[in-house]
Ligand binder design. Sequence first.
Ligand code: MSP
Length: 633
Amino acid sequence: MPKRFYTTTAIYYVNSAPHIGSAQEAVIADVVARFQRMLRGDAYFLTGTDENATKVFEAAQASGKDPHRFVDEVAGEFKRVFDAMHLSYDDFIRTTEDRHISVVQEVFRRLQESGYIYKGEYEGWYDVRTETFYKESELVDGKSPEGNDVRWVKEENYFFKLSAFQDKILAHIEANPEFILPEVRKNEVVSFINQGLRDACITRASTGWGIPVPGDESQVIYVWFDALINYISAIGWPDGNWQEFWPADMQLVGKDILVRFHATLWPAMLMGLRLPLPKTLVGHGWTLMGQEKISKSTGNVVAPLDLAQTLVDRNACDLDLAVDAVRYYMMRIAPYESDSTFTFDDFDLKFNTELVNDISNGIHRVISMTHSFCEGVIPNGRIDRNVADQVQAIANGFEDAMARYRVDEASAKIPAIASVLNQLIDTEKPWELKKNADPRLDDVMVTLAYIVRAIEGLLRPIAPVLADRICGLLNLPPTERWEQIGALDALPANHAIQKPTPLLVRLEKQQKEQHKMDTKLQPSEDVISIEDFMKVKLQIARVLDAHKVEGADKLLRLELIVGEERRQVLAGIAQQYSPEDVIGRQVVLVANLAPRKLRGFESQGMILAADAEDGGAILLMPDKEAPEGTSVH
Ligand code: MSP
């Protein structure tokens, strides 16, 4: 069996439910796993919960619950949120499971037998919040370097000979430039190790919570020593088929737990067990709320599903798409070298500009025009080579970024490809090609559909449901293999697609701007109040199709799309405009006019036109494209 691509996240303390910061790490790992499955057909993704910590026990006590019930509930909440966030994990390990406990005890035994664990007395400070031991000299104003309260601990404990591995770890880092990414983190690790590694205290006096030291029930194993082992206990070390997975290809953790734990203690433990080290440790930065750390005590915690729900409540999309929008945003701001900032305004902005305007509306225009100009069938034209080169370069850029696990750079390729799509529409103006019966129309339309197909492929690791919905519109199965993205044969010839339905709808401003009224203006017969005017619902609509009406030489029957709705409107413009003149154009619709029958057709609204001097009509069209459904005032 060839070795599988194996990726992990940190395991999460179950003292509280996941927030957008902690969930972001799991989504990054999910994007890596989904990308690898497309690239090489395989990936194994492990995540889970860290349950034996003192702070977890204290959180259980504070909630008045039995600790076992408490950790079951919170771990269940993590799973529920992770499932709803479309995380494709293959295994979810909990450190209170027997399969983990027995392996931790086995590691302890083996390291003790090889002389790497010895008994001694520990005296020093302990930070419960980060579950870290500190020397007196490391404290800052009597607190831990993270600013947390510390407790004095004096105990008979077991120690792990971390100091014995200092040179070996440094040599490994030196010899393997990809061991710690990004570069800044490697430097942090090296300077920490260069200060000297001291032996690590790896047990605590038992308070009845934690994994007992084998042969000494008075002690429990230090939670970090226990937790790190999850990466091998979950894959069946030492008796199962762990060699299919180990060494891990990518272990993703925050910068806070890289230096002391994943890049020092963990490699030393593995070396002590004579196991190979993971290929790459990625130490990401933090996502802050504005300028602040996300924390319960600051009261600025945003749960990822609550954030998704706000999109549903604001009528932007359904919950599954909303989750993908949150995933997309998390990837666009994924922190690596430095920390990044979450703000609601930026979330709205990226949703509206990138996901709605660029992606959803761009795709909607292509699907609508394919129906209006090509009878709903992607024509058998020639894909523009220049465009194909651009698309392939973007896909290659995505792949390069993912080879370095940079989902931030990879996700930035989505607006880039959307701009190729929208620019092509704007420069080629398919409605004019149609109007002029230009034979290039087929080439342009197939090229547009080709870009939509590539967008679907690139979005798939980041926003799998959104990608599925695009497949629904294209009437095609999902892109499964990475190499299919941008392939010239990615679209079957003469392929019929589905009817246009917008994927996402723009978010309106949270607080409607106050409309100022001129108080001096007195109502008179000619004057209506702003309230009266506001009763008229004017919206941007696009003409999808237009037909002459038999026996009525002034009427055109228009098929419009407005927001998510389709409307049929009869307009008295046939003497000035032919169907080809208006198909694909945007107009202003009076959307809340009572429907009425004209020549046997129901007219569901009215489109605005000015009266020409000759009594004809001059259609009002927006000065530039706006998403269909946009309000007009
Ligand atoms: N239980 C330990 C990890 C043990 S791994 C063997 C732990 N848990 S944690 O719940 O505090 O953090 C889990 C992960 O979430 C860490 O990698 C941490 O960096 C990450 N994040 C927590 N808050 C975060 C942000 N605000 N932003 C990005 N990641 C953050 O540490």
